[in-house]
Design a binder for this molecule. Structure first.
Ligand code: 5RP
Length: 223
């Protein structure tokens, strides 16, 4: 699995050219992309500016010597490369397994080009086998949790290994929805977008144009 993740991370780095402002995703697959970018900067003299999608990715990029700016310090992002948790045939996806969905969606929104890098196990006919993460403001979040339960979304709090509610980089909680089969991702996204107290959700519908997929028989591109 690590080998597959590394392959797609390296492949995605081939799309980066000198002068670009590059969005750096979060997670174990995106980390291989960031690593390869760091190598190209050091060994090939590639000149880029990175815009990170989490504190964890910022720490990795800094350690690799990748120059960074925040999303508010750049006019645009040329290309963002990120992982994903589940992707359907229309290239709608679920993200946020690493609790970074809010920053990931903001950076992706301002990116001219957006690529996901995944292993084949993330591809699915219908979204929903992966839980839908919902980032919520702590104030009123118990009410929201109850509301999600009432409509049958089987919510769970995202917990840390030490048994605390996970607090995101932007100081919110995560409620994971277990829906099993999402018949209409656009309708669910709209419903969550309109729910008071929800900051962002992990449905990334119609945002990505290219997915680099690693399988046992090699790397392929879905567009
Ligand atoms: C973090 C994410 C990640 O990109 C997603 O969870 C995939 O991670 P990994 O590559 O480790 O499977 O959305 O919020």
């Amino acid at each position: 699995m690590e080998k597959l993740k590394k392959e797609v991370g390296k492949k995605a780095a081939e799309y980066v050219e000198s002068g670009m402002i590059v969005g750096l995703g979060t997670g174990s697959t995106a980390a291989f992309f960031v690593e390869e970018l760091g190598r190209r900067i050091k060994e090939e003299g590639l000149k880029v500016i990175g815009v990170t999608t989490s504190h964890a990715t910022s720490a990795q990029a800094k350690a690799l010597g990748i120059p960074l700016k925040s999303i508010d310090e750049v006019s645009h992002v040329d290309l963002t490369v990120d992982g994903a948790d589940e992707i359907d045939h229309q290239l709608n996806g679920i993200k946020g397994g690493g609790a970074a969905l809010l920053m990931e969606k903001i950076v992706a929104t301002y990116s001219k080009d957006y690529i996901w890098i995944v292993d084949e196990g993330k591809l699915s006919t219908h979204l929903g086998s992966f839980k839908v993460p919902v980032e919520v403001i702590p104030y009123g979040s118990e009410q929201l949790f109850r509301q999600f339960k009432e409509v049958g979304y089987a919510p769970t709090w995202r917990m840390s290994t030490s048994g605390e509610k996970v607090v995101t980089d932007m100081q919110h909680y995560i409620i994971d929805l277990h829906i099993d089969k999402i018949e209409d991702p656009a309708t669910l996204a709209h419903e969550l977008d309109c729910t008071v107290g929800v900051v962002e959700h992990g449905l990334f519908n119609n945002m990505v144009k290219k997915v680099i997929v690693a399988g046992t028989d090699g790397v392929r591109i879905i567009e």
